[in-house]
Design a protein. Structure first.
Lengths: 500, 321
């Protein structure tokens, strides 16, 4: 009945030695909202990024309306009738709204080598009016609008030329309810015009509600394409994970009492432009979660505790009164930190596993009391903790850049476990990590908690916060919005309603 | 099935990576032997016969290149070494009329101060190191020219009387040995390589990266200040061109020695030792064959470009700071 718009044929993609996509083939029809789902690292974004020319093609092809398309870049993709709204901010600072909307397509307004800015602004204003975003003005710099409005500008940019396919890559998590409604409205409009939306989201109920067809990917492989009306949320979960998700995935205790002993206090911490006046206590043996939108300032909390914030006000104090103001003193006082930006801030990427694990512990790995490093001790140390964490590697001399995301994370964790840190701050610890390693990390956290170590877990994945934490603090606009204790009744919606 | 294939690919890729690393480590040493044999043959044995003469150039280059080696390991660059050497040599020669130990210390302090200027602008003012050091190169070259306008600055007779091959060999060996111990057997070396391989991650692992970067520039300046002393006892005076082009010599020497231009974990201490030997043999060999200075510069340029192009680690390079 419905006509095929896009044929995905034998698409594969590798990043170094990691396989991101493995021989994917399926069809996407005209006039539908086609959802792509899968765990982090399953290859959804990789595929759409190849389609829209953000990543170069490797093998396989995309056939759009019977003709092969091979977009070299986003502008080229636009010319083929494909556009994308990305997860992160996709507008360019320092340009006006109109310049952003027509980025790469200015030739329409160029006469005799000069750009007719007036005509461009007029056209942009006309479009904004058509979409009902009258309060956004074409000649104003995008910087003057907030995150939400900038997303709306992106919607106009990606859809005004009536593309055949619009990719919407996890845009909704960043939007408030109104913003979402606006996006849904546009998605329906595109579908009703006979064009196609490829919709990527983590929110399964949203997927079931808004899409017509769902394709599931897992670890870079194609699993199935189903009709939304035929499946339930649990069916989708099972397809994504590949088996029933059992209770052992997260910790399954409830009602355990957390120690009253405070190990770390954060008092009135402010980091200009990121967090304001945040105060809380961390208890011994507790997993304290931080949730919120990615711009909510929660990621900065981890840095502030670790002494890594630039220009921080307020105090981070240990139980014994020691103030933490810089990274070396944080490490000396048994605080560990793993960053969300794993490749830049956690692992020294172009260095051996051995050096990475031993880096903060070198002072303890010398000959007796001298300053000379005992390389044998370093090797044994690295081997021991890499083995403890079951890092998949050839040997500890292998470079970290050759490891998968999950194994990189294990190297970082091995470093801090080797150092014997008692307060562990984990920022997005399972980001882009496959399920098996995820499970390892959850179990490790549970074990550390039982050993009396305190963990702060900052995450954008609400399910893992709910599953792992004794308390969850929700952040909004740089401040603490509320706090939720661990309970069986907690669900994603109760967190989301506080976040937005 | 597909897993087995990717597994195999992985193995192969790792193998070729390791082979590449081995070649990179061995090539400079093989090159050194080859160049020695080749030029000895081309000069009909004159190179070996005049060995001490050829070697007389190596001391300054080797000592000074060690400081730059440290800087490059942590991902920086330094073009001001020639000017540091010139100015330190002026101070050294001037003070040698009073006291020799004072002259050594004076030279090193001068070098350290210029290094501190480099470090200050690089670290505190966050200007790329090659921009900063090119500026200081011109700045201090100007100062050298000003100080030597009327006549070269001559050292005392006592200074020149120290000059002997034995003394220079011992001094160079001592400095290089100390550098080797610090780089290979203490956390100094590990930290330097970590900063070069990923500065932000190094910072998050507890290294005081800014402080480290500053002091390494100071250290490199002081080391070159010491090289200025060795240079002064050999030459006895400083003209306006004192230390001219030392920075390029050092850079070529390090690259010939297999030093990755972006620094990081692949830097080995042998890079600066083998590299400076290779450079000196190459340049004295070419001179003995009868190439003119202009011709030499051309050849050096070609070799430099060739080595950088061949061995640049493109995966890890983003920006050279």
């Amino acid at each position: 009945m419905s006509e095929v718009r896009l044929q995905v044929r034998n698409i594969s993609k590798h990043f170094g030695i990691t396989r991101a996509l493995d021989n994917i083939s399926f069809d996407i029809n005209k006039g539908e909202v086609h959802a792509l789902i899968g765990e982090n690292g399953s290859g959804k974004s990789t595929m759409t990024n190849m389609l829209t020319g953000i990543y170069p093609m490797e093998t396989g092809k995309f056939i759009l309306d019977g003709k092969e398309v091979h977009a070299k870049n986003q502008v080229d993709a636009n010319n083929h009738g494909i556009s994308i709204i990305v997860q992160e901010l996709g507008t360019l600072s320092g340009l006006t709204v109109a310049e952003n909307i027509f980025l790469g397509h200015e030739e329409r307004f160029i006469k005799g080598g000069f750009r007719n800015t007036q005509a461009m602004n007029a056209e942009a204003n006309r479009l904004l009016h058509e979409y009902g975003f009258d309060y956004i003005k074409a000649n104003v710099l995008v910087d003057e609008y907030n995150f939400e409005d900038r997303k709306l500008i992106e919607i106009v940019k990606a859809t005004y030329f009536k593309p055949k396919i619009v990719v919407i890559d996890e845009t909704t998590t960043a939007l408030s309810q109104e913003g979402r409604e606006e996006l849904y409205k546009q998605m329906n409009r595109i579908r009703d015009e006979g064009n196609t939306v490829i919709f990527i989201s983590h929110d399964l109920s949203e997927i079931l509600d808004k899409s017509d067809t769902i394709t599931i990917l897992r670890d870079g492989e194609y699993i199935d394409t189903v009709k939304s009306s035929d499946v339930t949320e649990d069916d989708l979960k099972k397809l994504m994970v590949g088996r029933e998700v059992t209770g052992k995935y997260y910790r399954n205790d409830y009602g355990e009492k957390v120690s009253e002993e405070v190990v770390l206090s954060v008092k009135n911490v402010t980091v200009k432009g990121l967090i304001k006046d945040v105060s809380f206590d961390l208890h011994k043996g507790e997993i304290l979660g931080f949730g919120g939108l990615s711009e909510s300032g929660m990621h900065e909390i981890g840095k502030a505790i670790f002494g890594a914030s630039y220009d921080r006000e307020g105090e981070v104090v240990l139980a014994n009164g020691t103030q933490i103001n810089d990274i070396p003193s944080a490490i000396k006082n048994s605080i560990a930190y793993t960053s969300k930006d794993r490749d830049n801030e956690s692992v020294v990427i172009n260095q051996s596993i051995k050096d990475n694990i031993a880096l903060p512990s070198l002072d303890d790995l010398t000959y007796g009391k001298t300053k000379f490093i005992d390389w044998k001790k370093v090797k044994n140390f690295a081997n021991k903790f890499a083995a403890d964490m079951s890092v998949k590697m050839v040997n500890v001399d292998q470079f970290v850049s050759e490891l998968s995301g999950g194994n990189k994370q294990k190297v970082v964790l091995a470093r801090w476990i080797g150092k014997g840190s008692d307060i562990v701050v984990l920022d997005s610890p399972t980001r882009g990590i496959d399920i098996k390693v995820k499970q390892d990390i959850y179990q490790l956290m549970d074990q550390m908690r039982k050993e009396g170590k305190s963990i702060i877990m900052i995450s954008e994945e609400l399910m893992e916060l709910i599953g792992m934490c004794d308390r969850i603090i929700i952040m909004k606009d740089g401040a603490i919005k509320g706090e939720l204790p661990r309970s069986r009744e907690l669900n994603e919606n109760s967190l989301i309603s506080m976040m937005v | 099935m597909s897993d087995a294939i990717t597994e195999k690919n992985k193995e192969q890729e790792l193998k070729s990576l390791r082979r590449m690393r081995l070649i990179r480590a061995l090539l400079p040493i093989v090159g050194l032997i080859l160049v020695c044999v080749l030029f000895n043959f081309l000069t009909h044995g004159r190179l070996l016969k005049h060995w001490p003469l050829a070697m007389s150039q190596v001391y300054v280059t080797m000592i000074a290149s060690m400081g730059v080696f440290f800087i490059m390991t942590m991902g920086g660059l330094d073009f001001s070494q020639g000017s540091i050497l010139g100015l330190s040599a002026i101070v050294c020669c001037y003070l040698s009329h009073y006291n020799i130990p004072l002259a050594i210390v004076g030279g090193m302090v001068t070098g350290a101060l210029i290094g501190a200027v480099n470090g200050y602008f690089y670290v505190n003012r966050k200007i790329k190191s090659f921009i900063v050091t090119i500026c200081t190169m011109f700045l201090f070259r100007g100062l050298i020219k000003f100080l030597t306008t009327n006549s070269p600055v001559a050292g005392s007779a006592a200074l020149v009387s120290i000059d002997s091959t034995m003394f220079k060999v011992i001094c160079t060996s001592c400095v290089v040995f100390m550098g080797f111990i610090c780089f290979s057997c203490t956390k100094f070396g590990v930290y330097l390589r970590a900063i070069g391989a990923g500065e932000k991650a190094a910072m998050f692992a507890g290294i005081r990266t800014d402080r480290m970067k500053f002091y390494v520039y100071v250290l490199a300046g002081a080391i070159t200040g010491f090289a200025a002393f060795i240079s002064s006892i050999k030459v006895g005076s400083v003209t306006s061109s004192g230390g001219n082009q030392l920075e390029t010599q050092i850079l070529i020497a390090l690259v010939l020695g297999g030093m990755p231009i972006s620094g990081g974990a692949m830097a080995r201490f042998s890079n600066c030792v083998v590299g400076s030997l290779l450079y000196v043999v190459l340049s004295s060999g070419l001179t003995m064959i009868g190439f003119t200075t202009q011709m030499m510069q051309l050849i050096q340029g070609v070799i430099f470009l060739l080595f950088v192009a061949l061995f640049a680690d493109r995966k890890s390079i983003s920006v050279i700071k």
